[in-house]
Design a protein around this ligand. Structure first.
Ligand code: GCB
Length: 663
């Protein structure tokens, strides 16, 4: 018995010593490098799976940074097999001729970053799944500094690996995120691998079905940003509304230093102040100043410089006030009427995701040509270049979260995701004078879960930024349309039209936002739909609607200013109707719908702006009418490659008249 005991004691001792030796060997010993890398990778994968990004660095391009844009190697991975057994894909790549190989970045696809993958390879046009990206970069981590990897956007989920180690993951296809990779980068060559998956499910924002294309990939720039150990992570400068003689805001410092002093300079205003941060790293600012106010007519921007030690951030900021009172939207205390247009994030020259300053200048330049002072950047956050260029050109901006149609309003995780997306968007754009609206969502079906969801989301947005107006595009669904059709449209089809057609908008969401908005398609959808379920021909139904359109009156609750955030009709560029012919998808019919709509809208008391749908034809896999749509939504005022349709001029002359009347 004693022998057995001694044997087992010895065995336990040996196993213990053996494990200790093995652990020491793995950590410090000459264990084959490959094996150690694999173990490190597995550790990082366990530790950092789902690890959220660090708080967003504000204005990375306004400080020392390097773009990692260019040509990256890529692998299409339809079954998401690249992490076989939890391994980083690089571990599966062959290193010697006899190695078993199931994966390789070499000799394959390359993709441009930034850019969607769909327009870069015919196999990827409608692809929804995983693509792996890889590139290497040189780095020299100076002591006393931290290194961040900043992604402008990756649609929809991204997992980021530096030198084989998972550093974290991000969800959400349109907002920026960054990771502090100081512990993973090394001097010399570094390897960056990113897994991007553009599939979404019902708990996501948005859900899988949308009327726009699910462009995947690293759609915006990837940056390497080096900051000191203690650094300015965010700041805000804006004009104090009352009485408008001070610039207020804050500078937030992150890192170990708790008694840093930051300097803020605005040379054109003779402002040079130094502020001490508090125990939370925050310096509240109130700087007496009377800047010239930013407006669409005079989009004055001031150069701002923020310095902390070796970190120097420059920005160009406009100062204006914003509010609502007595049914008006007030910009610099004066009522403003929004002459707008809705825009999807695609380049003007043939589709594909837009990302650059040049893209933004082309698109917003066209909006200016149309006579706009306002753009609705639908249905998700656009690249930061859009708000920056809008600042310069003098365009007011509606920025939106893709809470589109129906999302999982009853799920806490979905609400949390919405909150985080807004935080990322606000952190990025909080200093843009052009941005006046945060839009909570688009055409969401009413109900208690939805109302609770939006009330929470609105609370969150107001707590992060109380200086802008909240809006949302309401769904003019059956509740509003049913009574309208029954009381006015049907009787008119039967030959008896009432002098006023009341369109009653009644949605709980109106109470939550500051400025409600409606999407309406008089002259397009409703007539076509009605003809399908009544004996009336679609031609007759359309004629009756067009002829009576000016009788329509919107009635809202609460006396808030109202925006018509969508109206429009489809037309294929170059498709024409014969004189007098009622032909949908012709340029003439689209132009006629615009003419009638504009007469009707000019007579609405509550309406303080409009953003017709939409500037340019955009990719939409929902649109299956071959020969006409071919997977494009045709409601653009210009075609997918920028050719103007007749309706462009109709809206341009209307906006021209409005602007002339105002000046
Ligand atoms: C809408 C949606 C928008 C669509 C548009 C259309 O109401 O908000 O996303 O693309 O109608 O063309 O039907």
């Amino acid at each position: 018995m004693r022998r057995v005991l001694a044997f087992f004691t010895g065995l336990v001792f040996l196993v213990g010593v053996g494990s200790l030796a093995l652990t020491l060997y793995l950590w410090f010993g000459a264990w084959p490098q490959e094996m150690k890398q694999t173990v490190d990778h597995l550790r990082s994968a366990r530790a950092n799976l789902g690890k959220a990004p660090e708080p967003l660095l504000q204005n990375p391009t306004g400080q020392a940074h390097e773009s990692l844009g260019g040509t990256w190697q890529a692998v299409i991975d339809p079954f998401s097999r690249g992490e076989l057994g939890g391994l980083a894909p690089r571990a599966l790549e062959p290193k010697a001729p006899a190695d078993l190989a199931e994966f390789s970045f070499e000799n394959g696809l390359t993709l441009k970053v930034p850019g969607d993958w769909n327009t870069q390879d015919p196999r990827l046009v409608f692809y929804q799944g995983v693509v792996w990206y890889k590139r290497s970069f040189e780095h020299d981590p100076a002591s006393g500094s931290r290194t961040f990897l900043y992604f402008g956007a990756a649609n929809y989920r991204a997992s980021v690996y530096v030198n084989g180690l998972l550093v974290g993951e991000h969800e959400g296809g349109f907002t920026p995120f960054n990771f502090d990779v100081s512990d993973q980068v090394r001097a010399g060559e570094n390897l960056l691998v990113v897994k991007v998956d553009n599939r979404r499910d019902d708990g996501d924002i948005p859900t899988p079905t949308t009327d726009w294309h699910n462009y995947g990939g690293l759609t915006r720039d990837v940056l390497l940003v080096r900051v000191p150990e203690s650094f300015v992570s965010s700041y805000e400068l804006r004009l104090d509304g009352e009485p408008g003689d001070a610039i207020v805001g804050f500078v937030q410092v992150a890192g170990p230093s708790r008694n840093a002093s930051v300097s803020v300079e605005i040379p054109e205003l003779d402002v040079a102040v130094t502020a001490q941060v508090d125990a939370e790293g925050r310096a509240a600012l109130r700087i007496p100043a009377r800047p010239e106010r930013w407006s669409p007519e005079a989009p004055r921007l001031y150069r701002v410089e923020i310095t902390l030690g070796e970190q120097r951030i420059t920005d160009r900021i406009g100062f204006r006030t914003l509010g609502v009172a007595d049914g008006e939207i007030l910009l610099n205390d004066r009522p403003v009427f929004l002459r707008g247009i809705a825009i999807h994030d695609e380049t003007l020259d043939g589709g594909g995701r837009a990302w650059s300053v040049a893209h933004a200048e082309a698109t917003l330049g066209l909006a200016k040509e149309l006579g706009c002072n306002f753009v609705r950047l639908s249905h998700y956050p656009h690249p930061d270049a859009m708000a920056r260029v809008a600042d310069r050109l003098g365009l007011l901006v509606w920025a939106e979260l893709p809470v589109y149609w129906n999302v999982a309003f009853d799920e806490d995780d979905t609400l949390e995701l919405g909150r985080r997306m807004f935080s990322e968007l606000i952190a990025r754009d909080r200093n843009r004078a052009s941005v006046i609206f945060w839009s909570l969502g688009n055409e969401t079906p009413a109900g208690p879960d939805r109302d609770r969801f939006f009330a929470e989301l609105a609370r969150h947005v107001r707590s992060e930024d109380g200086s802008r107006l909240l809006t949302a595009a309401l769904l003019t669904g059956p509740e509003a349309l049913g009574p309208f059709i029954g009381s006015y449209y049907l009787p008119a089809l039967l030959g008896w039209s009432r002098s006023e057609w009341v369109f009653h908008i009644d949605d709980e969401l109106e109470k939550i936002v500051d400025v409600p908005a409606i999407n309406e398609y008089f002259g397009w959808y409703y007539s076509g739909g009605l003809a399908l379920v009544t004996p009336f021909s679609s031609e007759y139904a359309r004629r009756v609607m067009l002829d009576n359109m000016e009788r329509i009156r919107f009635v809202t609750e609460g006396g808030k200013p109202l925006i018509v955030s969508e109206l429009g009709a489809g037309a294929k560029h170059g498709l024409h109707a014969r004189p007098g012919e009622m032909r949908v998808y012709s340029e003439e019919y689209q132009a006629e719908v615009y003419r009638r709509q504009l007469v009707m809208l000019a007579r609405q008391d509550a309406v303080r702006g409009l953003s017709p749908w939409i500037l340019k034809d955009f990719r939409a896999p929902l649109r299956l009418y071959q020969g006409v749509q071919d997977y494009w939504n045709r409601k653009g005022l210009v075609s997918e490659s920028g050719e103007k349709k007749q309706a462009f001029d109709v809206l341009r002359s209307y906006y021209g008249e409005l602007a002339a009347r105002e000046s």
